[in-house]
Design a binder for this molecule. Sequence first.
Ligand code: DC
Length: 252
Amino acid sequence: MTPVGDEIVGHETPAHGAAMNSTPTVVAIDGPAGAGKSTIAKALAVALGIEYLDTGAMYRGVTFEVLKRGLEATDVEAVARVARTVRFEQTSDSLHVNGVDATAAIRTAEVDAAVSHVAANSDVRQEMRTRQRQWIADHGGGVVEGRDIGSVVFPDATLKVYLVATPLVRAERRVAQHGGDVEEIARAIAERDERDSTRDDSPLRQMPDAVVVDTSDRTVPEVIDEIRRLLHLRMTTRDDTRTSQSATDVSS
Ligand code: DC
């Protein structure tokens, strides 16, 4: 059994290539910290043969640069300037910030503590949203992980998944990945969730058209299978709607 916090899984030919449709396939994976988003989103992208974008890493990358320059994460103007000018080179498992490999540094407790202040900055969010939409245009679709992907960045996403897990499972996963004390981590996660869910600009929230998937007691392959089934259903329905729409167009 492969728990959701672990590394990943199988491979298959893309079932739903963006080239087949004029609208790129976007799978939005939102949810709170430790719900299994990264593991699931990465594995799903591999299984579908499409690209993966971790938008949390972008907010972390801005935070890394802010702290590196000795700025306060709460300094709205200065942080916005950093966000507008920062250069990222991002792959599915690495991030370079202004030419510096920040892959490990963006996961430190220091960045953890500051990132939700940076993510609450509207100018930062606007800049990141623009970059995320551009990324999808450049890559012809993808699996995009974050907090506001289905609600704000891609409200017309092909499929919106809202991942959840119990607070204990979420804290235990973080400890398994980065070490630390479960209770302390649980408290830090709860504080970050609170800030992410109550900020004015694009707070974390579950959209009515998102499918809620609980990863607490399920393996990665089980979750991936469920999401793939949902996506298949969504794509079939979308194609059916299009077919009947063009039939209507022709007959009218
Ligand atoms: O998923 P993560 O823990 O790496 O996210 C880091 C922070 O960025 C977290 O506080 C939530 C925030 N975030 C956000 O506000 N919007 C996103 N699309 C992605 C992450």
